[in-house]
Design a protein around this ligand. Structure first.
Ligand code: G6P
Length: 374
């Protein structure tokens, strides 16, 4: 496996740009396309023997830290939709702090790029002791989480060197979307929806290639934001996770304060921060939440918010309330896969901000790729 930087200056930059290939590897051999009228399906060999138990579980609990937690959050809505099983979210350290109830009827899914994160591993031991079915989703064959879970899926994104996770994030979402498809595979009424998602997965690397063309535009935006103290990112629905993950990237590598905000909570606090100086990214690509996000944009604009709107291609004029509003137009994909596309301009923005601000891209101060102590 190639672990040099090739034509790139930094590993993070390389890993952002290789996402069409890493996603292709993640999906290789796992998408089964029937003829035009036939049902399409997904094959995840690592889950095969436990599918019945997973389908019968009382709830599915996602457990992870950092970017891996955000990836699970991005996949939660489609898993809920296709499985009909309640899905709850746990940050590993918080689950341990609370010694939260975990039952034999639960399926606990441990998401970790390295497969070695101490908190996630301890949460796994805790879930095993409580009798839950434990599923691992990791990028590292032979890692502790891969070894100690009952079953699982490798994301096969290839080695990730940059401390800030990028390609592992998008591959984790793809794997969890495939997991949702597999679990929901026995429901005839959602066959058309599942077929559309499978088609979307097949075309995803092409769409990622397209969104990566925004590189220069994101560099220009980074130049504008270079001296800012703070950046807010508003998202909801499928893209609440994108808001959290975009803000995490900016925070951890560009060393700029950034916060991902659930747009539905805007009126319960964040609105007080809005003025003509603070830059705000609003994610408003087309999905079931689009009209609600349009209204959020109007309300932020009415308070003179400095807006940067991410929208689907062709929507710029309908989402932008004024000339001063900046737009990031991204290709549209199936709603549940949109987080894979939408995070990429934010990864690029964080990367360019870091370079322009003169910080260490691949090894941000005080952080480690794999946190193996509590
Ligand atoms: C560290 C890394 C993050 C990562 C998190 C979880 O904080 O710097 O990039 O998201 O750990 O790591 P994991 O290997 O469990 O996904």
């Amino acid at each position: 496996e190639q672990i040099n930087k090739g034509k790139y200056e930094h590993y993070m930059q390389k890993e952002i740009h290789e996402q069409p290939e890493s996603l292709t590897t993640t999906m290789r051999g796992r998408l089964i396309r029937g003829g035009s009228s036939k049902a399409k399906s997904v094959l995840l060999g690592g889950l095969k023997d436990n599918l019945k138990t997973i389908r019968r579980s009382r709830r599915i609990v996602f457990i992870g830290c950092g970017t891996s937690y955000n990836a699970a959050l991005a996949a939660r809505p489609i898993l809920e939709e296709l499985s009909g099983i309640p899905v709850s979210m746990e940050i590993a350290s918080d689950l341990l702090d609370r010694q939260a109830p975990i039952y034999r009827e639960d399926t606990a899914v441990f998401v970790s790029q390295s497969g070695e994160t101490a908190d996630t591993l301890l949460a796994l031991q805790y879930a095993l002791e409580n009798g839950a079915l434990c599923v691992g989703i990791t990028n590292t064959v032979g890692s502790a989480i891969a070894r100690h879970t009952h079953c699982g899926v490798h994301i096969n994104a290839g080695c990730e060197i940059g401390v800030a996770s990028t390609k592992a994030y998008t591959s984790q979402i793809a794997v969890m979307a495939m997991m949702a498809l597999v679990i929901g595979d026995d429901t005839i009424s959602s066959q058309a929806r599942r077929n559309a998602i499978i088609d979307g997965l097949v075309d995803l690397p092409n769409k990622v290639r397209e969104v990566l063309k925004l590189d220069q535009e994101m560099k220009d935006l980074a130049k504008l934001l270079i001296a800012e103290q703070s950046l807010l990112v508003f998202g909801r629905g499928y893209n609440y996770a994108t808001a959290l993950e975009g803000a995490l990237k900016v925070k951890e590598v560009a060393l700029m304060h950034s916060e991902g905000i659930l747009a539905g909570e805007m009126k319960h606090g964040p609105l007080a921060l809005v003025d003509e100086n603070l830059p705000i990214v609003v994610i408003a690509t087309r999905d079931g939440c689009f009209s609600k996000q349009q209204s959020v944009i109007q309300q932020l604009h009415a308070r003179k918010g400095r807006l940067i709107v991410m929208c689907s291609k062709g929507d710029a004029s309908s989402v932008c309330p004024s000339e001063s509003c900046r737009v990031i137009e991204v290709p549209q994909v199936e709603d549940c896969l949109q987080p894979v596309i939408n995070v990429i301009p934010l990864q690029l923005l964080a990367y360019h901000l870091t370079v322009l601000r003169g910080h260490n891209v691949d090894q941000p101060r005080n952080l480690a790729k794999s946190v193996t102590t509590q």
